[in-house]
Write a protein that binds this ligand. Structure first.
Ligand SMILES: NC(=O)c1ccc[n+]([C@@H]2O[C@H](COP(=O)([O-])OP(=O)(O)OC[C@H]3O[C@@H](n4cnc5c(N)ncnc54)[C@H](OP(=O)(O)O)[C@@H]3O)[C@@H](O)[C@H]2O)c1
Length: 301
């Protein structure tokens, strides 16, 4: 049995479709099974929450492989970014060891560091430490920014562009990424899982990036073009963004359309010197963003 967390997310939903198509027995740790869509009838469901580590024990019963994708880039009513990413992963690792799990695949992020300016990347660094220090056969996957046509970010941009002639960008927009398509990432996960009985993968850290290096501004422009709503971007100084988003969070709570923690992440470059090499090691040739978004080959800006 394989336990998949984050099965309702951008990457997890694609991994889940591939797992069920390959008839691999899957259990999903989910907060709300309805969010699994039609796949929910093809999997075992373990109701659980990153904010409720005791729920992990039941989810891990009889499990040999864990793919831990669930994560949160904003605080939730039941847990902070640090609790949901750092402490929850540590508790998941402990529960996996106790349950006799053999293989643990953990999704971190490029740039995860105990010294990063963002709470999320500091929490991911803590989580990575817990995974690496465990007795489990483990793989840490560290991706750059992951996208797909119609994903949450593209939808948010498209909605903003629908009501305004300009779209605000937090800060300089100069942070750099190697955007990788969620389907390519899901293919990498499947390659990591191939043949459950095989010895551990040759490496235990894979850094996943796409074939291009693009700034946050360029990515935003491409997504707006792909949504059919090209707009002029207006760079808003980060102190103003921070104050505005913190005020909107104070009023709207978890319904806030964006948070300062999310905006701050867009100030941090997520790059790997390995480029597409690790994806290629897994037999995946990451697609360029323009091809995935079905844009012509014109310049990004
Ligand atoms: N997307 C990127 O650009 C990017 C970049 C670097 C690293 N990563 C990492 O890659 C992994 C997959 O990312 P993704 O983009 O697929 O994430 P995503 O689309 O944001 O999905 C997050 C998943 O985590 C689940 N989740 C959130 N809070 C939870 C909680 N309290 N309890 C249980 N489940 C919870 C969500 O379930 P609900 O349906 O219940 O909300 C959802 O399935 C994550 O670990 C992420 O940190 C992503």
């Amino acid at each position: 049995m394989l336990l998949l967390t984050g099965a309702t997310g951008l990457v997890g939903s694609r991994v889940l479709r591939r797992l069920t198509a390959a008839r691999i027995p899957v259990r999903c740790l989910v907060r709300d099974p309805r969010r699994l869509g039609p796949e929910r009838v093809r999997v075992q469901i373990a109701l659980g929450d990153l904010a409720d580590p005791p729920s992990f024990r039941n989810a891990l019963r009889g499990v040999t492989t864990v793919v831990h994708l669930a994560a949160a880039i904003r605080d939730q009513p039941r847990g902070s970014i640090e609790e949901l990413n750092g402490i929850a992963t540590w508790r998941m690792v402990q529960a996996a060891e106790a349950a006799g799990v053999r293989r643990f695949v953990f999704f971190s992020a490029l740039g995860a560091s105990a010294h990063d300016r963002t709470r999320f990347l500091r929490a991911k660094a803590l989580a990575e430490e817990a995974v690496v220090a465990s007795d489990l056969e483990h793989v840490v996957v560290a991706p750059s920014i992951i996208y797909a046509p119609g994903d949450v970010f593209m939808t948010l941009l498209s909605r903003m562009a629908a009501i305004a002639p300009v779209v605000p960008v937090s800060g300089s927009g100069r942070a750099e990424y190697q955007p990788i398509w969620a389907d390519d990432v899901a293919d990498c996960v499947m390659a990591l899982l191939r043949d459950d009985a095989a010895p551990p993968p040759a490496r235990n850290r894979y850094e996943l990036g796409g074939p291009e290096t693009l700034t946050y501004t360029q990515i935003t422009e491409l997504l707006l073009r792909a949504a059919g709503r090209p707009r002029r971007l207006v760079h808003v100084p980060t102190p103003i963004v921070s104050r505005a988003l913190r005020a909107s969070e104070a009023i709207l709570k978890s319904k806030a359309p964006a948070t300062w923690d999310e905006a701050e992440l867009m100030e941090v470059s997520l790059l790997t010197a390995r480029g597409v090499a690790d994806a290629q090691l897994l037999g995946v040739e990451p697609s360029p963003m323009r091809a995935v978004l079905k844009l012509d080959d014109g310049p990004a800006c």
